[in-house]
Design a protein around this ligand. Structure first.
Ligand SMILES: Cc1cc2nc3c(=O)[nH]c(=O)nc-3n(C[C@H](O)[C@H](O)[C@H](O)COP(=O)(O)OP(=O)(O)OC[C@H]3O[C@@H](n4cnc5c(N)ncnc54)[C@H](O)[C@@H]3O)c2cc1C
Ligand SMILES: NC(=O)c1ccc[n+]([C@@H]2O[C@H](COP(=O)([O-])OP(=O)(O)OC[C@H]3O[C@@H](n4cnc5c(N)ncnc54)[C@H](O)[C@@H]3O)[C@@H](O)[C@H]2O)c1
Length: 474
C-alpha cells in the first residue's frame, strides 16, 4: 500500500537525484533538516553519472580493452554490458539506501512540477502528493539534443547514448553524429569492442580547442584504430531500409551515403527544464532553457537554487558536486563560495589513452598576451616514465604551457595513460600557485605516471625568451 501522505511540509525540497542534489540532500538530512528528494525514475537514483553516464561508459572502456584473443567480439561485448549493468544497479541501490538512511529525509519517486514558488507536486504510484518547502534545489540535469535532420525522429535505428549502452548486441556499424565528448568516447569504445565506427562532425576539425600538436596526435591514434572521422559533415537525411538505416551526408561539396545498424546523435545536451513548471515558480530561464543563476546559484527566486547541468554551466559531475558546495555554503556555511572562484578546472576525454587538459592551450596563452615557454614530449620518449612501457601504452604527448615571467603553469594537455589522475595534480598546482619548477622537482613515486613531470616540464620545445633574444640579435 502507498503510505505516502498527500501533503508534506519540508525545510528543503530537492528536485532531481543528481550529484549536486543528492550531496546537498544528504548533508542537510544528516543535520536533521526535513528534506524531500524527488526523482522521476526508479532507474535513476543517483542521477545520470552512475546510471547512464560516466560510470557505465568508463566501465565499458575498461572492459573493451580486456577481451582475449579467444573471445568473440559479440560475446565479449554482451558479457561486458551485463557486468556493467550489475555495477550500475548496485550503485543505484547504494545511492538510494545511503539517502534513505536519514530519518528526516524522504525520497519520492515521480516527476516533480512546480505549482507555485514554494510548492511542488509529484505523482507517486498514482497518488498525488503536494510538497511545500522553504528552500528548493533544482537538480534535474540535461537531456540529449536531437538535431533537426530529415527522418531522424522516424528511424528505428536512431538511439540515445542510454539506449546504446543498454543494448546487448554489438552494432556492426555505428554512425555517430557529432565528434565531441560523447561521440569520441563512445566511438573509441565501440571500435575497440569491434564495431565499424563513423563519426560525422559538422565543424572542420575534432578537438578544435586543443593545440595542433595535441589534436594531431589524438587524431592519428583514432586513424590507426580504424575510426572513420568525417569533418565538415552536413547530415541531410536518415532513412530506414533493409536491416538498418542509410545516413546521407554532404562533406566538402560531395554527397555520401553510409549504412548503419545504429545511429547515435551526440550533438550536445540541453538543460532538462521541460515540464518543471518554472513559470509557476517565477524562475527565469535563458533562451536555451537553462535556469538563470547568480554566482551563488540562486535563481530569480532567492529561495530557489539550481545545481548541475540544469543551470547551463559546464556539464561535468564534479562541477555539479562543486555547485552543491556553493549552495550548502549559502544554506549552512559562511556564504563565501561562488562560481567566480572556480579556476583551473580539469577535464578528461576518456579515449585510449585519455586526453586530460587544464587551463590555457598554447594558442590561448599567446592570444591572452602571455610570454610563454612550452615543455613537451611524446610519451614514448619520456624516460623518467617507465610506466608507459610497463602497461604497454606508449602513445600520446604531454605538454605544459608555462608563464616565462612568473614560472606559473598556465595550462597542460596530457594525452597519456593515467592522465585522468595526473591532471588533478597539475590543476591543484595551478590553484595553489605552485611553480612549474616546483612541480618538475617534486618527489613522485616510482614507477608512476606522474614522475613524467620530472622530465617533460624541463624539455622546452618553444620559448618566447629565445624568440626575443633572436629578435635582439637580428
Ligand atoms: C554518456 C555520458 C557520459 C558522461 N561522462 C562523464 C564523465 O566521464 N565525467 C563527467 O564529469 N561527466 C560526464 N558526463 C556528464 C555528467 O553525467 C553530467 O554532467 C552530470 O551527471 C550532471 O549531474 P546533475 O547533478 O546536473 O544531474 P543528473 O545526474 O543528470 O541528475 C538529474 C536527475 O534529475 C531527474 N529529473 C529530471 N527532471 C525531473 C523532474 N521534473 N522531477 C524529478 N526528477 C527529475 C533525472 O531523472 C536525473 O536522475 C557524462 C554524460 C553522459 C550522458
Ligand atoms: N569525459 C567527460 O567528462 C564527458 C563525457 C561525455 C559527456 N560529457 C558531457 O556531456 C556533454 C554532452 O556531450 P556531447 O558530446 O553530446 O556534446 P559536445 O558539446 O561535447 O559535442 C557535440 C559535438 O557535436 C557537433 N555537432 C552539433 N550538431 C551537429 C550536427 N547537426 N551534425 C554534426 N555534428 C554536430 C558539435 O560541433 C560538437 O563537436 C558534454 O558537454 C560534456 O560536458 C562529459
Amino acid at each position: 500500500m502507498n503510505t505516502t501522505p498527500s501533503t508534506i511540509a519540508a525545510d528543503v525540497i530537492v528536485i532531481g537525484f543528481g550529484k549536486g542534489g543528492k550531496t546537498a540532500a544528504s548533508t542537510l538530512g544528516h543535520l536533521g533538516r526535513r528534506v524531500v528528494l524527488i526523482e522521476q525514475s526508479p532507474l535513476m537514483y543517483g542521477g545520470t553519472c552512475p546510471n547512464v553516464g560516466c560510470v557505465p561508459t568508463k566501465a565499458l572502456v575498461y572492459h573493451a580493452h580486456n577481451r582475449r584473443e579467444e573471445d568473440s567480439p559479440g560475446d565479449w561485448y554482451r558479457r561486458s554490458v551485463t557486468t556493467v549493468h550489475q555495477l550500475t544497479s548496485s550503485f543505484r541501490d547504494i545511492n538510494y539506501d545511503v539517502l534513505d538512511a536519514h530519518d528526516s529525509l524522504t525520497i519520492l519517486t515521480g516527476k516533480g512540477t512546480f505549482v507555485d514558488p514554494h510548492t511542488v507536486s509529484v505523482d507517486v504510484d498514482g497518488r498525488h502528493v503536494t510538497v511545500t518547502g522553504d528552500t528548493i534545489l533544482i537538480n534535474t540535469g540535461s537531456e540529449p539534443i536531437i538535431p533537426d535532420i530529415k527522418g531522424i525522429r522516424d528511424s528505428a535505428h536512431v538511439i540515445t547514448s542510454t539506449d546504446l549502452i543498454h543494448r546487448t548486441d554489438l552494432p556492426a556499424h555505428l554512425v555517430i553524429i557529432g565528434g565531441g565528448y560523447l561521440g569520441l568516447e563512445l566511438g573509441a569504445v565501440y571500435r575497440t569492442f569491434g564495431s565499424e565506427v563513423t563519426i560525422l562532425e559538422m565543424t572542420s576539425q575534432i578537438l578544435r580547442r586543443e593545440d595542433d600538436d595535441v589534436a594531431r596526435t589524438a587524431i592519428s591514434i583514432f586513424e590507426n584504430e580504424g575510426i572513420n572521422i568525417v569533418t565538415n559533415a552536413n547530415v541531410l537525411e536518415i532513412r530506414d531500409g533493409g536491416d538498418g538505416a542509410v545516413v546521407t551526408y554532404e562533406s566538402n561539396g560531395e554527397q555520401f551515403s553510409v549504412e548503419a545498424d545504429a545511429v547515435l546523435p551526440a550533438t550536445g545536451r540541453a538543460p532538462a527544464t521541460k515540464g518543471l513548471g518554472l513559470e509557476a515558480a517565477g524562475v527565469s530561464t535563458t533562451p536555451r532553457g537553462a535556469v538563470v543563476v547568480d554566482e551563488h546559484l540562486r535563481t530569480s527566486q532567492r529561495h530557489i537554487f539550481a545545481l548541475g547541468d540544469v543551470n547551463g554551466g559546464p556539464q561535468f559531475t564534479y562541477v555539479s558536486l562543486d555547485d552543491a558546495r556553493i549552495v550548502l555554503d549559502q544554506l549552512i556555511g559562511e556564504g563565501k563560495r561562488s562560481t567566480a572562484d572556480r579556476h583551473s578546472v580539469p577535464r578528461t576525454l576518456f579515449i585510449s589513452p585519455p586526453l586530460a587538459t587544464v587551463g590555457l592551450t598554447e594558442r590561448e596563452a599567446r592570444a591572452a598576451g602571455h610570454r610563454i615557454k612550452v615543455g613537451s614530449q611524446n610519451v614514448g620518449e619520456i624516460f623518467a616514465m617507465p610506466r608507459a612501457y610497463i602497461v604497454e601504452e606508449t602513445r600520446g604527448i604531454m605538454k605544459f604551457i608555462i608563464d616565462l615571467d612568473t614560472d606559473l603553469i598556465l595550462g597542460a594537455a596530457l594525452l597519456s595513460v593515467d592522465s585522468q589522475e595526473m591532471i588533478n595534480v597539475v590543476s591543484l598546482a595551478m590553484r595553489s600557485g605552485t611553480t612549474a619548477t616546483q612541480l618538475q622537482d617534486s618527489i613522485y613515486t616510482h614507477p608512476s605516471s606522474t614522475e613524467a613531470f620530472n622530465d617533460v616540464i624541463g624539455v622546452i620545445v618553444r620559448s618566447d625568451a629565445q624568440a626575443s633574444s633572436d629578435a635582439e640579435a637580428a
